[in-house]
Design a protein around this ligand. Structure first.
Ligand code: 5GP
Length: 237
């Protein structure tokens, strides 16, 4: 398998076409961004940690029968994924209040949210990923009603799996962001990445953040924190 041309350079990953039209090459970069890219820093070792955490979780979800884009890991920073057409929505699930939800409603930090809150954001750097509701997404042609329902159901299933997986290693899954796509035959799949860059994790014992909030809030070096999450996940496999 060879990579051919760069298709897209994101904030933390680079996507390449390969000699197989159905397979993409994903390189996890040593880069951290916050505030929609306004804060941007090179962090050595971050790419491989995110790739490892993502590979581990995607492999587990695949083994559980979840439809995902993940195929296999090639090296420290590279994985191969099935090519899909991305649905331009970020599906956020929240188990506890934090981040933009906490700011918006001025509620107590980590207030439990029952049932889990589902939110969509329209993926647009130019618009700063605005909140979008179901009817707005349907009327603007980003997803049809069936796709919205599929995203909701799949996000709930992923939440149930990940919440328990992290609870078993003493970590609360506060919230996370998923992205979905469709393969050329129409199959709906979980895509993008599963790492502490797109989920909030809180250590039950210390209350410390174990995710990108460490970078967003300048709480110290990021890589030892991501390495500790990876170690705990690996040790409890
Ligand atoms: P919030 O809306 O509170 O900022 O984010 C909710 C959750 O979704 C957090 O776990 C956050 O990391 C994730 N999230 C929201 N927007 C983005 C985004 O544009 N990129 C990434 N990687 N994660 C996001």
């Amino acid at each position: 398998m060879e990579k051919t041309t760069v298709l897209y350079t994101g904030k933390a990953k680079q996507m390449w076409a390969t000699d197989d039209p159905d397979i993409l090459w994903v390189e996890y970069m040593d880069q951290a961004t916050a505030l929609n890219g306004k804060k941007k820093v090179q962090i050595d070792g971050k790419g491989t940690l995110n790739r490892q955490i993502s590979s581990l979780l995607f492999e587990e979800l695949n083994a559980q029968g979840f439809p995902t884009h993940y195929l296999k890991t090639l090296d420290d920073t590279t994985m191969l994924v099935k090519k899909c057409t991305m649905i331009p929505l970020e599906a956020v699930v929240r188990n506890f209040a934090s981040g933009s939800f906490e700011r918006k409603f001025k509620v107590e930090h980590l207030k439990p949210l029952v049932p889990a809150v589902h939110e969509f954001f329209y993926k647009s750097d130019a618009l700063d990923d605005p909140f979008i509701n179901n009817e707005q997404a349907i009327a603007l042609g980003f997803a049809d009603k069936e796709t919205i329902d599929e995203i909701h159901a799949m996000s709930d299933r992923v939440n149930a799996y990940l919440k328990e997986r992290f609870a078993n290693i003493g970590i609360d899954l506060v919230d996370f962001k998923l992205e979905f796509g469709r393969l050329s035959d129409g199959t709906f799949v979980l895509a993008d990445e599963l790492s502490p860059d797109n989920m909030r994790l809180v250590d039950e014992a210390t209350g410390n953040s174990l995710d990108k909030d460490v970078f967003r809030k300048d709480q110290g070096p990021l890589t030892p924190v991501y390495a500790s999450v990876l170690k705990r996940l690996k040790e409890s496999k």
